[in-house]
Design a protein around this ligand. Structure first.
Ligand SMILES: [Zn+2]
Length: 381
């Protein structure tokens, strides 16, 4: 099967350089969204913007491009996010012999503009007929991925027809297919004691700081087991050395790729707080907020086969793995849509040293085309 399509490398690089130059911190994606919209409409595809801007309090919603295709095939979802990590304002991309970097003052934003550029490139190939025949596609550009997958969470699942999908937003070498990533939940706990003068009448006080110390010491934290992690990230409270502290606020999190262990971990953290409060005569107020659901693709899922074949088409051996971080793929998986997150070659993400090799930028775009071609082999039911 001939799946190689020559990617116009210079056009791709130019697109990428333009995209990274357009600042798009989370909630400030308006300008990059309008650039994408212009490019897509020029190709003749319909773009809709959903109402995620309201949900996230930002300047743009998610963009959804519907590309008609062979209706005997299931609709496929392809995704990348438009926002970047900070500092991402005034990015000056520098093209070197084999790579593109920033000027060292900002991130590059290849996370995830390399995904965006690749998808624009794919659409150019689709518009030219070079990828025919292909299944119908829903190509989604999300907002606010970097601040808790807020854009993906604001997507209306009933607006999507996709039966399975691919997110192009993992760092590292092309070939990695992320098939697992834990669910995350955030804890906010307030411990209340009673203030008193620390020198005159300490016995009248109930120290929330001592309560917190006892609770945290009793908690399973760090790498709790092979699929579970937990952390207390911030602790705030107190006024002065001579006042018994009456209130402490703790912010923490738990992650697990196993639902039962997640539940057990959350209960254990709450129990530690409540026990400490009870023993010392104080009060613990604990609140968990689910951040995002688990991504867990089974080894025999057809989608892994599609990913592996597409990678093979671009000359790379697939490797499947799990990661501790979340991505839009977690949210899509939570909608019941089978999905994987594919590495597209950007390196050193969220640092001023972030870069992407020209060869990887090129290969990522080729990979997206190969994925769509391989998806056409998947029959509807
Ligand atoms: Zn990303």
């Amino acid at each position: 099967m001939e799946t190689r399509i020559t990617v116009d490398g210079e056009r791709l690089i130019a697109d990428f350089m333009t995209l990274v130059s357009i600042a798009s911190h989370s909630r400030e994606e308006m300008h990059v969204a309008s650039y994408i919209r212009g490019a897509v409409e020029e190709l003749g595809f319909a773009v809709t913007e959903d109402d995620a801007a309201v949900a996230v309090g930002g300047t743009s919603g998610n963009l959804i491009v519907r590309v008609p295709g062979d209706e005997t095939r299931p609709v496929v979802l392809l995704m990348a996010h438009m926002d970047t990590a900070v500092p991402g304002q005034g990015v000056q991309p520098v093209r070197k012999a084999d790579r593109i970097t920033s000027d060292g003052k900002t991130v590059l934003g290849a996370d995830d503009k390399a995904g965006v550029a690749g998808l624009l490139h794919l659409m150019r190939a689709l518009a030219s007929g070079a990828v025919d025949p292909h299944p119908p596609l829903e190509i989604v550009f999300t907002v606010c991925e970097e601040i808790g997958l807020l854009g993906a969470k604001a997507l209306n699942p009933s607006a999507l027809r996709s039966r399975y999908g691919f997110v192009f937003d993992s760092g590292g070498d092309i070939g990695l297919v992320v098939t697992g990533s834990p669910a995350q939940a955030k804890l906010r706990a307030v411990l209340r004691g009673r203030s008193a003068h620390a020198g005159v009448s300490p016995e009248k006080g109930i120290s929330a700081i001592e309560m917190a110390a006892e609770a945290i010491a009793a908690m399973p934290l760090g790498r709790v087991d092979d699929v579970t992690t937990a952390n207390i990230g911030t602790i705030k409270g107190g006024y002065a050395s001579n006042i018994v502290c009456d209130m402490v606020e703790l912010i923490g999190e738990a992650r697990s790729s196993d639902a039962a262990r997640m539940q057990a971990q959350q209960s254990a953290m709450v129990a530690a707080l409540e026990n400490a409060a009870r023993r010392r005569g104080g009060i613990a107020e604990c609140e968990w907020l689910d951040s995002y659901p688990v991504l867990s693709v089974s080894r025999d899922a057809f989608i892994l086969d599609v990913a592996a074949k597409a990678l093979h088409d671009v000359g790379v051996q697939a490797s499947f793995g799990a990661t501790g971080g979340g991505s839009d793929a977690n949210v899509v998986a939570g909608m019941g849509i089978p999905v994987v997150n594919m590495a597209i070659g950007y390196q050193q993400i969220h640092t001023l040293e972030e870069f992407i090799l020209l060869a990887d930028l090129h290969r990522a775009a080729e990979l997206m085309i190969a994925v769509v071609r391989r998806c056409h082999e998947i029959q509807g039911d």
